[in-house]
Design a protein around this ligand. Sequence first.
Ligand code: TEU
Ligand code: CA
Length: 577
Amino acid sequence: MTLTQPDRATTTNDPQWWKSAVVYQIYPRSFADSNGDGIGDLPGIRSRLDHLQELGVDVIWLSPIYRSPHADNGYDIADYHDIDPVFGSLADFDALLADVHERGMKLVMDLVVNHTSDEHPWFIESRSSTDNPKRDWYWWRPARDGFAPGDPGAEPTNWESFFSGPTWTLDETTGEYYLHLFDTKQPDLNWENPEVRQAVYAMMRWWLDRGVDGFRMDVINLISKDTALPDGAPGVSGVGNGFPYYANGPRIHEFMQEMHREVFDGRDGEHLTVGEMPGVTWQDAVLFTDPARHELDMVFQFEHVNLDHGPGGKFDPHPMRVSDLKASLGRWQRELGTTGWNSLYLSNHDQPRSVSRFGDDGLHWRESATALATVLHLHRGTPYVYQGEELGMTNAPFATVGELRDVESLNHYRESVIAGHEPDTVLSAIRHIGRDNARTPVQWDDSPQAGFTTGIPWIGVNPNHTWLNAAAQRDDPASIYQHYRRLIELRHTLPVVAHGDFTMLLADHPTVYAYERHHEDTTLLVVANLAGDAVDVELDVESYDLLLSNTEDCVAPSAERLALDPWEARVYITTSS
Ligand code: TEU
Ligand code: CA
């Protein structure tokens, strides 16, 4: 098939333009460094826009670039209206936005408003006294009844933070505790207070007025909490699980509708909103994404990226089976149906590299990366590509804890070793699931720092950049990069990819992922062997034409049987007249 120039989503006037769009996530710290300080920045991104334009993506989502002390790499914001000097200036931002728009792409900002940095002026005021007008902008509580502040167990609830330790920190100034679901430097905003909500909406309008095209909303389903703040049932670690009381709280849909009204109603232009929602169920996701309810365009759900977590949580590795992945993704396809809308992702800055986790980053590296991409991108929903995924970047061989940078991994390591766990075992779990895997610099070429920086990178470059890099793949038709380019083009050119329904095939097969998409008179059939052994399946493709595959020499199917090599993926199409 000859593929034409991508018909970009930006050229339509459709409120649901994002159905035929593909989003690319940039983690600015690790993308491209322009000034040799070892940290990626906005001019660095500007210098690499050709790579994204050739790939054909429609939207860029930037992880946070606001002023921040970087306790959590920018997910701790000290000023929502300025760019952190390490990334550049507002002038650099405006220049980047103009370049992105000029190339027919859109730019979506990360919106981190469940919490701020403890260095945000709002929190500095709030902590200054119990009668400060901003006191109620955060969650302040006295020590538990019968305990003195600072006593062991005096925390107002027994909840455990996402980043280890209690979710409460005592502030000596007033002798009260503040709530932080994440790091101690990330105090939670109190969304019950209408002034907080209005301040956030005003800030969002400020960015839209500046020209940005939407928001990826960080842990947005955690903003409504049960105001009674009950203790949680003790989990495996003995610490309380507060999740039922702070996730998908009683006012979450009300807040999302209010935000939509206050920020997006009556605005011209095409926006994209996606809510990151740990623990969201498909039932809730339908409510969040039903266009008639005016909440969000789509959500990031976590079911499929939690399949390899054991009872002890993410650092307790559990084998992942293809059949579990099929069951999970298939359920979301089915249940979001035609009312809601899916986000499709296998990786982001919080997850290990998808080819290492779901595929085979050794022998079948190229085939497994392209098979996984094929399966994901042709689902119903909006696909997200995380930087380097389009090159098949892999997990990093972190040799010592000294090579790690992430606050979550470092806290977990410290707490586990104090608790008596074997350091090597702890490190091996971190190597498997830790977020730093996704944060090593993008591998542009085979030069000493992979073309990322002329200085010393803030986190080590993966040694495999000598052969795994963008320069080596750009003009190679068999490369992972070129395969992603073709998949993106299919979404732009074939209505069945953007709009077709979804039917799972071979649902009980342990390793073959197969499904059909129908739209008007077109049927697309996607089949992929997600395992390292050749396989033969009962699938009749005789009435179809082969549209795309990830191997050079596809064996022609015999009647009713299809033989697939390890990690082989094929896409067939047929049109009935
Ligand atoms: O992540 C929220 C989240 O629930 C997890 O994916 C998180 O990364 C953690 O690994 C749970 O174990 C969002 C951001 O994407 C993440 O980078 C931030 O650290 C976090 O919120 C706090 O802002
Ligand atoms: Ca820099």
